[in-house]
Unconditional design. Structure first.
Length: 356
C-alpha cells in the first residue's frame, strides 16, 4: 500500500514532447534543458531516454550536474553548462575538462580565464541581448571577438525574456541583436529559443534550440501545441472521515464545511514541495473525479474533499495532484506560480518511479 507521495515519470511522454518540439524547431536540432535534475524528473533517466531518442545537445546549470549526466547521455553528446565557470575556479575548470563539458562563458573575465587556462578547449558564449541577467553585453562584443580569436566558441547563445508573449516587441529586439552578435562568430552554432521561442516563427530559427519546461508538459505560450505530462504526481490517502456541516478543516480553521463532507487526508505537504499557497484553492483528481483541496496545506499533509468520489476514497488510494487530469500549469496557476516552480521544488520524500 502506498504511504508516501510519488511521482510517476513518463519518459515516453518526455521523448514524445521532445519530438514535437523538434518538429516545431524550424529545421533546427532540438536540444534538451535538464538542469535542476531535469526539472525534478530525474536528469539521469531523462537524459538517457532523450539521448536514445536522438538528442545531442544537453544543457545544465552547474558543472557537477553535467558531470553526473555524462555517462547517461554517452560520450558523443554535447553538454553545456549555463552558469559557466568563474575565472578563479580551477576545480570547476578541471571538472569541465574531465567530463568534456562546454562551459557557457558569460563575461569577458570568464572567457579570458578559460582561454588562458585551457587553450583549445571547446566552449560556448552567452550574449546578453537585453535580459540583463547573464551574458556578455552587446557593447563588449568586439573585445569578446578578440579574446576568442584563434579558437572561437562552438556555440553562441542568448536567452529570450518574453517568448511567451509572441507580440512583445522585446522578442524582435532580442532576435535582431542576436543575429548581429552571432555574425561575429561565424563558425559557431547558434542557439536562441527556449520552449516558448519555438513558436515565434522562422525568424527565430537557430541551429540548436533549448526547450526545458515543454519537455515536461508545461509552458504557458498560447501558441504551443498540447504536450503530454512529464509526470503524474500522486498522494496516497491515509485516512477518510465523514465530517458534519459547520466543522472546520486544518490549521487556522480557514475552511468551514457548508454541508456534510467526506474528507481524505493525504500524505503530501509543503515539506514535499506541494506549495502551501494551494491552501483552499488547489485541486486533485481521484479516479478522474475532480476534488478540491480544503483547509491549509501543512508540512506533511493536505486534506481533500472527496465527497464526489466517495466510492473510491479509501486508505491507500492515490490521488493525482499533477498529471493528465490536473494539468501542471493549471495547478501552478492556482498556487500563483508557474509549472517550473512546482516541479523543481518537489522534495526528496517524493518517490520517483519510471515507466520504463
Ligand atoms: C532554463 C533555461 C532554458 C529553458 O527554458 P524553458 O522555458 O524551460 O524552455 C533555456 N535557456 C536558458 C538560458 C535557461 O536558463
Amino acid at each position: 500500500m502506498a504511504t508516501r507521495p510519488r511521482a510517476r515519470v513518463h519518459l515516453d511522454n518526455i521523448t514524445a514532447n521532445w519530438q514535437r518540439l523538434s518538429t516545431a524547431a524550424e529545421g533546427a536540432q532540438a536540444g534538451a534543458v535538464v538542469k535542476a535534475d531535469a526539472y525534478g524528473h530525474g536528469a539521469a533517466k531523462v537524459g538517457a531516454a532523450l539521448a536514445r531518442a536522438g538528442c545531442q545537445h544537453f544543457f545544465v546549470a552547474y558543472p557537477f550536474e553535467g558531470d553526473a549526466l555524462r555517462r547517461h547521455v554517452g560520450a558523443g553528446a554535447e553538454i553545456y553548462v549555463f552558469n559557466g565557470v568563474a575565472a578563479d575556479d580551477d576545480e570547476a575548470i578541471a571538472l569541465c575538462r574531465r567530463a568534456a563539458l562546454l562551459p557557457v562563458l558569460n563575461s569577458l573575465e570568464q572567457l579570458r580565464a578559460w582561454r588562458s587556462s585551457t587553450g583549445e578547449a571547446p566552449y560556448a558564449l552567452h550574449i546578453d541581448t537585453g535580459m540583463n541577467r547573464l551574458g556578455i553585453p552587446m557593447g563588449q562584443l568586439g573585445e569578446a571577438r578578440l579574446l576568442a580569436s584563434g579558437h572561437g566558441p562552438d556555440l553562441v547563445m542568448s536567452h529570450l525574456a518574453c517568448a511567451e508573449a509572441a507580440d512583445d516587441p522585446m522578442n524582435a529586439r532580442q532576435q535582431g541583436r542576436f543575429a548581429e552578435a552571432a555574425a561575429r562568430f561565424p563558425g559557431a552554432l547558434t542557439s536562441l529559443p527556449n520552449t516558448a521561442g519555438h513558436f515565434l516563427g522562422p525568424a527565430y530559427r537557430s541551429d540548436v534550440t533549448r526547450p526545458g519546461i515543454g519537455l515536461y508538459g508545461g509552458g504557458t505560450s498560447p501558441r504551443q501545441p498540447a504536450l503530454a505530462p512529464g509526470m503524474t504526481l500522486e498522494a496516497p490517502i491515509l485516512t477518510v472521515n465523514e465530517v458534519p456541516a459547520g466543522d472546520t478543516v486544518g490549521y487556522g480553521a480557514t475552511y468551514t464545511l457548508d454541508r456534510p463532507a467526506l474528507l481524505a487526508t493525504v500524505a503530501m505537504g509543503y515539506g514535499d514541495g506541494f506549495l502551501r499557497s494551494l491552501t483552499n484553492c488547489g485541486i486533485a483528481a481521484l479516479d478522474g473525479t475532480f476534488c478540491p483541496i480544503v483547509g491549509r496545506v501543512s508540512m506533511d499533509l493536505a486534506t481533500i474533499d472527496v465527497t464526489a468520489a466517495a466510492g473510491v476514497a479509501k486508505p491507500g488510494a492515490l490521488i493525482e495532484v499533477i498529471g493528465s487530469h490536473v494539468r501542471l500549469e493549471d495547478q501552478a496557476a492556482r498556487a500563483g506560480t508557474l509549472g517550473y516552480e512546482l516541479v523543481t521544488g518537489l522534495g526528496a520524500r517524493v518517490e520517483r518511479h519510471y515507466d520504463r
